[in-house]
Design a protein around this ligand. Structure first.
Ligand code: HEC
Ligand code: HEC
Ligand code: HEC
Ligand code: HEC
Ligand code: HEC
Length: 235
């Protein structure tokens, strides 16, 4: 072939525009696919990435501030979540329980006005669940609160014969971040919550901070010589 004999056809304007548009669409498409992929993967793995606010707790009918009640007023978790140390579920207090204080506290607050109207209409508050295990899973708060509260020796590995007086460094650090192996710590019932729910007292809006997926539950059970057979957690 003689050089120069071969000519590329000049693209028309229409073709150029089409090319540019499909390039841009392709770019956005890829970016969107990656974002969705990452989100799906991390959500499946446990918790959606803490970006774009996906990991925020749900909007509640009344903006209930744990910060005010726990940090400022110093109320114990068990003061409101009354059944947590005795039963499977922790329970959320009734409207009447809230109103026992808010009959007189919070006259200038819109949120308290909402609370009072639930009370005068005798309507329960439809709190949105933050944590929810599938129906085939069985979870019992009581066993966990009983097991992890009390005086505990911080160890790197639990000794089968001394489970009730020991706590792993990993769990202990969720409660006392600077604790070390060999220390003796005292864990109140309301402090046990931190091992799974984090520092709720400092959350303006409760969100889930631990995967609480099967592997997470089973790993902790294994580390603490707790039962790992299927029927422990499945009906
Ligand atoms: C004054 C009462 C009160 C106190 C004290 C309190 N809570 Fe709550 N808690 C609530 C109410 C009401 C809700 C439901 C609204 C919400 O999710 O914010 C709730 C929700 C929660 C949830 C989310 C439940 C779900 O749907 O999965 C967790 C976890 C929780 N509380 C843990 C704690 C812990 C841990 C403490 C102590 C550090 C505590 N609470 C202290 C009233 C209280
Ligand atoms: C032991 C008494 C007590 C109980 C029980 C109690 N609260 Fe409160 N709550 C307070 C106090 C005190 C404040 C702080 C008021 C302030 O800062 O002016 C407060 C603040 C609030 C606020 C913020 C008001 C604002 O706009 O700043 C909301 C919302 C609220 N409470 C809702 C509830 C709900 C819902 C319950 C029941 C689950 C509840 N409280 C139970 C004492 C209580
Ligand atoms: C071993 C992990 C673990 C610990 C410790 C724990 N929770 Fe939970 N919590 C969960 C799981 C898992 C769920 C979801 C249960 C379900 O969907 O059946 C939950 C749900 C809840 C709920 C909403 C549903 C209900 O049971 O009423 C509240 C409120 C709650 N926890 C409060 C607490 C408080 C308060 C403490 C500490 C006294 C605590 N939790 C300690 C794992 C834990
Ligand atoms: C922080 C560690 C830890 C995590 C996380 C944990 N568990 Fe446990 N769980 C324990 C220990 C320790 C016991 C044993 C308590 C005892 O010996 O009484 C236990 C006991 C239980 C029991 C037996 C209650 C009974 O009938 O005696 C059930 C059911 C259970 N866990 C379910 C779960 C599920 C479901 C999850 C995950 C959503 C979970 N646990 C997460 C430590 C944990
Ligand atoms: C310590 C508690 C615990 C034990 C023990 C446990 N599971 Fe699970 N399992 C869970 C929890 C929590 C879930 C739901 C969250 C999830 O999908 O990981 C689950 C989910 C499942 C699912 C549904 C998975 C899905 O994708 O929906 C199957 C199947 C299952 N478990 C089988 C088993 C078998 C078989 C055993 C015994 C070898 C077992 N589990 C032991 C806690 C447990």
């Amino acid at each position: 072939m003689i050089p120069g004999d071969f000519k590329v056809k000049k693209p028309t304007k229409k073709q150029l525009i089409l090319l540019a548009v499909s390039g841009i669409v392709g770019l956005f498409g890829t970016a969107a696919a990656i974002t969705v992929g990452v989100f799906a993967f991390t959500a499946w793995w446990g918790l959606p990435l803490d970006i774009y606010g996906f990991n925020e707790g749900p909007e509640q009918p009344i903006a209930f501030p744990h910060t005010k009640h726990v940090q400022e007023l110093g109320l114990d978790c068990t003061f409101c979540h009354r059944t947590v140390a005795k039963e499977a579920s922790a329970s959320i207090p009734s409207v009447e329980f809230c109103v026992s204080c808010h009959k007189i506290i919070g006259d200038n607050s819109e949120e308290i006005a909402k609370l009072r109207s639930y009370s005068s209409n005798e309507k329960p508050i439809d709190w949105q669940r933050v944590h929810r295990l599938p129906d085939h899973v069985h979870f019992v708060h009581e066993a966990h609160i009983r097991f992890f509260s009390g005086t505990k020796n911080v160890v790197s590995k639990i000794d089968r014969d001394k489970v009730s007086s020991q706590i792993t460094l990993e769990d202990a650090r969720k409660i006392y971040p600077n604790t070390k192996v060999g220390e003796i710590i005292d864990v109140k019932e309301s402090q046990v919550c931190m091992t799974c729910h984090g520092d709720v007292g400092s959350m303006a809006k409760v969100k889930q901070i631990r995967p609480l997926k099967m592997a997470d539950c089973v790993n902790c059970h294994r580390d603490n010589s707790a039962p790992t057979d299927c029927i422990t957690c499945h009906y």
